[in-house]
Design a protein around this ligand. Structure first.
Ligand code: 2P0
Length: 349
């Protein structure tokens, strides 16, 4: 699947086929201005708006098929999902069923092309694909904005993966149903910037503290949380302007300070949350050295130790070569702007 500028506005359910089953593909996104903290946990309403790039790597493919079984069945990466992973999918399907006015259970089969739960946004692609496939299978009448709001209820960042390219998630106002109506993502024009993201993977293992727990703890206990949230609102405005004027160094500077501020706020949570490892710091040092050499490379880090480096496409090979010299980088996928979530047409499955 390739990204076509402008196609991000297409109706994700346009290829709806047949009855009672649908397959959707969605890609992860990396936030350049982060989502960190909820004002309403049950509706996944964020404290601040955020802005991301949808990637063209690590897609999740999810099939939802309605069944006559007495419960939902969920297979993730070829294994039956159990515990909280199962419960999150079943709760999400309950929401879709309630909206569709239907009560059949479903078989869900989902596979991530990338690592799961390692801070590489697998929950974003996962719930975006599930939202689109489930909406189609249950016959929900939903446009792209409604799908974004729906995906948000599975995992906040998933609302951004409904769209391709650069995407802003409006925080909206209010809580509960009122907040739900105005907290959604939408694509913004930034295709001309066409950057590269080089992901320095230093650890593929699932993280010890979930991002959900970490953001809750940061919001509730960190004296740095509110200062970060205030700064992040300004970062979002400045980021939108920087993207509009195609100013990659400004985009990178804002992204880097926003991410480091988020990690600083986590470090001061009680107890502290530290995702950064010595290897993450080594990569950060190498990014600084690249800048000292005149290459516009900037780092962002999600809820994990892996460091994503933003640069111009023309510089990506120099960035890759520099990061290869850092010990402990076990993988280095390179991403560019990717497409929004979409159904897989019947014949292509
Ligand atoms: C983001 N992250 O903006 C931020 C930055 C991680 C660091 O969104 O609780 O899995 O499911 O809404 O979306 C990861 O958190 O959390 C995340 P929930 P989610 O991409």
């Amino acid at each position: 699947m390739t990204f076509t500028p402008g196609a991000e506005l297409a109706d994700p359910l346009a290829d709806r086929f047949g009855e009672d089953a649908a397959t959707a593909v969605a890609h992860p996104n990396i936030a350049l201005v982060k989502y960190w903290g909820k004002r309403d946990e049950s509706y996944f309403l964020p404290v601040t708006g955020s802005l991301s790039m949808t990637l063209d790597i690590y897609p999740t493919t999810t099939t939802v098929r309605l069944s006559t079984e007495p419960a939902d069945t969920v297979v993730l990466n070829d294994r039956p999902a159990v515990g909280e992973a199962y419960a999150r999918v079943a709760r999400f399907l309950d929401l879709v069923r309630a909206r569709a006015g239907r009560d059949e259970h479903a078989e869900v089969v989902s596979a991530n092309a990338g690592p799961t739960g390692a801070g590489l946004a697998s929950s974003a692609s996962g719930f975006a694909a599930l939202a689109v496939a489930a909406a189609a299978a249950y016959g929900l009448d939903a446009d792209a904005r409604a799908l974004s709001r729906l995906a948000r209820r599975g995992s906040g960042s998933a609302c951004r993966s409904i769209f391709g390219g650069f995407v802003v998630w409006h925080a909206g106002e209010g809580n509960g149903e009122a907040g739900d109506a105005n907290s959604y993502a939408e694509p913004i024009d930034g295709d001309a910037l066409d950057p590269a993201l080089v992901v320095a993977v230093v650890d593929k293992a699932s993280k010890a503290v979930s991002s959900r727990e970490a953001m809750r703890r940061t919001c509730d206990t960190s004296p740095f949380y509110l200062p970060w949230a205030d700064a992040s609102r300004i970062d979002l405005e400045e980021m939108r302007k920087a993207i509009a004027r195609r100013d990659l160094p400004a985009v990178g500077e804002i992204a880097e300070r926003n991410a480091l501020g988020m990690h600083a706020s986590m470090l001061l949570a009680r107890p502290s949350v530290r995702y950064l490892s010595p290897r993450s710091v080594e990569v950060l040092d190498r990014v600084l050295a690249l800048r000292a050499d005149g290459i516009a490379a900037y780092a962002t880090i999600d809820a994990g130790p892996n460091v994503t480096v933003l640069c111009a496409r023309a510089d990506e090979h120099r960035v890759i070569a520099a990061l290869r010299e850092v010990g402990g980088v076990v993988d280095m996928p390179v991403a560019h702007l990717g497409p929004g979530a979409a159904l897989v047409p019947d014949g292509a499955r």
